[in-house]
Design a protein around this ligand. Structure first.
Ligand code: GLA
Length: 459
């Protein structure tokens, strides 16, 4: 066996060997490969990715591993080392019927359908027609905002491709898999898959979209990235889906409102807010808020109000912005734009602060991001706010929610020599009164070092 990934931690290496061995017990034959896809923590740039604006995440020391071997037929047989994910199977096809919403098999199906369709459209890469026996082992807490679901999609895609001896560049997968993951019904952007595939050990990543570009960013020496669970589960394919998709639609509406406000000065329509960067390279994004009509309120608007402001009909706006009926008829526009445009600027400032080794400046930007996520994007919750407040008391230079929000984790920048005291303070002032006896401290607080992106190991 070649050395899979010399950058991997000892724990990850031991897991690679263990899951291959478990595969043998499970399927009665040796594994031919093991795919590995890490989770991620986003340091800054929340809900900017689907707007075509940058993010600043890093991959973490928790991952999905899939040991596998090809089959003669087109069936993908899925087992999981965790009993709460029962065995599932599906047949590779261009249209794979989904399981019930929330079922773990849907992430595998999303990947299988996505890579198969890509290879049908680009036959020069090969054909995806063989199924596989797959054993999945995961250590990324789910519903924590650490991207367990996208890591599951990435690892499944690598496994199905390996079973078919098809190699796709990771950059191609990073563009293809976010669209494939829409199979589960969330209108997510591309940060999670790009981080899982393209991350570099020891570095954060700045990711830009349309087209996808990635560059490494150093983390300040002497500081740790500590992630704390708010103890509120936020499943992206469950309760958080409505709130997430609503934000995506509100940003689409924001594009229409800005187009109207910018009028003749706008050379073409806005596909995303990120188009503003290409159309007006010299203009700071925050400027565009001043272009909004002064009478447009901060509060929710009905589709009829928005349509009237745009000089069109609600039906036209609904079809133009592809607004599902299930998302209702109350939309917040101005504060959503304020968050997204200011958050993108904060990513630029944060990258500069990190390159200059200015940890306090980076911490202040994290704090400002949390305030914006809470007040303007309304994706926080009382538990996340409390977790952030306690983290600041406990000595974090910066503290903010991370990921989609609505629960899940916070990310904190803590001086290395204060990490132990930070954890003790969090335990006393946040966890002691909240944690059920079933949740050990090790499953609530994590110190993460930036890891390398996905890998595939042949055995
Ligand atoms: C989820 C999505 C990402 C991104 C974040 C919020 O993790 O999958 O695409 O939008 O939320 O920044």
């Amino acid at each position: 066996m070649t050395d899979p990934a010399p950058n991997l931690s000892a724990i990850e290496r031991a897991r690679l060997a263990a899951v291959a061995e478990q595969f043998c017990h499970c399927f009665g034959r040796p594994a031919a490969f093991v795919a590995r896809a890490p989770g991620r923590v986003n340091l800054l740039g929340e809900h900017t990715d689907y707007n075509g604006l940058p993010v600043l995440p890093m991959a973490i020391d928790r991952s999905i591993l899939i040991a596998g071997a090809p089959r003669e037929d087109a069936v993908v047989s899925l087992h999981n080392t965790a009993a709460r994910f029962p065995p599932r199977s599906y047949t590779l096809a261009a249209d794979i019927p989904p399981a019930t919403a929330g079922d773990w098999a849907n992430y595998a199906k999303a990947a299988g359908q996505g890579v198969l369709r890509f290879c049908v459209a680009h036959p020069q890469h090969g054909t995806v027609q063989r199924g596989a026996d797959l054993l999945v082992d995961g250590t990324i807490p789910s519903g924590a905002g650490l991207s367990s679901s996208s890591a599951l999609v990435v690892a499944n895609a690598l496994a199905v491709l390996a079973a078919n001896a098809v190699e796709l560049p990771y950059e191609t997968l990073a563009e293809l898999l976010p669209l494939a993951e829409r199979y589960v019904g969330t209108l997510s952007g591309g940060m999670d898959q790009a981080t899982s595939l393209l991350a570099r050990a020891g570095h954060a990543l700045r990711i830009d979209f349309d087209p996808l570009r990635v560059r490494t960013v150093p983390l300040p020496p002497g500081y740790s990235v500590v992630v704390c669970h708010s103890l509120v589960q936020a499943e992206k394919s469950g309760a958080a889906k409505h709130g997430y998709n609503l934000r995506v639609i509100e940003c689409r509406l924001g594009c229409r409102v800005l187009e109207q406000a910018l009028g003749a000065s706008l050379p073409s329509r806005l596909r995303t807010l990120g188009d503003l960067l290409h159309l007006f390279p010299a203009r700071p994004l925050a400027d565009f808020l001043d272009a909004l009509p002064p009478q447009m309120p901060d509060g929710p608007l009905s589709l009829a109000d928005i349509a009237a402001a745009l000089g069109t009909s609600p039906e036209r706006v609904r079809s133009d912005c592809q607004i599902p009926l299930a998302l209702g008829d109350r939309f917040v526009v101005r504060p959503r734009l304020r968050h997204v445009l200011s958050e993108a600027e904060r990513v630029n400032q944060a990258e500069r602060a990190l390159r200059a080794g200015d940890a306090p400046a980076f911490g202040r930007l994290m704090d400002a991001s949390h305030a914006s996520c809470r007040d303007d994007y309304e994706i926080s919750c009382p538990e996340l706010d409390a977790c952030v407040a306690v983290a600041k008391e406990a000595g974090a230079l910066g503290a903010r929610l991370t990921g989609a929000g609505f629960g899940g984790c916070t990310v904190n920048l803590v001086p290395d020599d204060a990490v132990t005291a930070f954890g003790q303070h969090m335990d006393r002032a946040f966890y002691a009164s909240r944690r059920g006896s079933d949740k050990p401290a090790g499953e609530c607080r994590f110190v993460f070092r930036p890891q390398a992106g996905a890998s595939l190991t042949w055995r």
